[in-house]
Design a protein around this ligand. Sequence first.
Ligand SMILES: Nc1ncnc2c1ncn2[C@@H]1O[C@H](COP(=O)(O)OP(=O)(O)OP(=O)(O)O)[C@@H](O)[C@H]1O
Ligand SMILES: [Mg+2]
Length: 244
Amino acid sequence: MASVQGFSRSWLVTNKREMTTSVSPAITVRDLNFQWPNGKTVLDRCSLDVPRGEFWMLLGTNGCGKSTLLRLLAGLLPLADREAAQVAGRVGFVFQNPDHQLVMPTVGADVAFGLVEQGLSYREVRDRVEDALTLVNLAHLIERPIYALSGGQKQRVAIAGAIAQHCDVLLLDEPTALLDPESQIDLVERVRDIVRDRGMTALWVTHRLDELNYCNGAFLLESGQTIDRGDPERLKLRFLQGQT
Ligand SMILES: Nc1ncnc2c1ncn2[C@@H]1O[C@H](COP(=O)(O)OP(=O)(O)OP(=O)(O)O)[C@@H](O)[C@H]1O
Ligand SMILES: [Mg+2]
């Protein structure tokens, strides 16, 4: 099961379970229950599968448990039943607010964060950082201070950090919430392309329905349960109907 590694920032986690067959889902949630210590039930027999190599989105009203589910999958919250939420491979987490995630003074240093402690050589660290920044189209800003980036660029640095760690599964919790519409669409297109080109898997939480145009499929969460899954267009309509 996923566990937080001591040597790197909290959103980088490693699943020590062996990868199974190529057709098994990358993310498996089965009858997952979660209560806060105050007794509030957030997830109630929640189940979902994200197929390996696909880009799926998680939709639901405020407070229905989306962030809690992502945190449980990343090992950032403790699981009572470890079998109930499983991720195959290494996990990268992207938060809503990149200022809560980026910890180093410059772009290159932030993407390299944690790689040296993994025992990688200087050359390997440099190659991974350059590769990851090229993928998010920020290689030209490798020396730029973090404070001099736009919100969209910061989110791309956060994603490059996960890619440099060679993560297999990306969990993104409303990564476009603070972005303007142009940066929003740029980010969602970029993640779609990275998932496709790198054979990664991603689960992306959103409230912004236009983002569903870019995913392979979606889940609709309500009161801690997955009440629908599949075709993004159908789920958009169902979500809108639930809002009226
Ligand atoms: N640390 C906490 N202690 C107790 N309750 C919490 C805690 N964090 C969140 N909650 C509650 O758990 C429920 C689910 O929260 P969660 O953040 O998972 O919802 P969400 O679907 O991500 O909502 P949003 O769309 O607003 O981000 C909410 O009722 C929230 O108030
Ligand atoms: Mg949330």
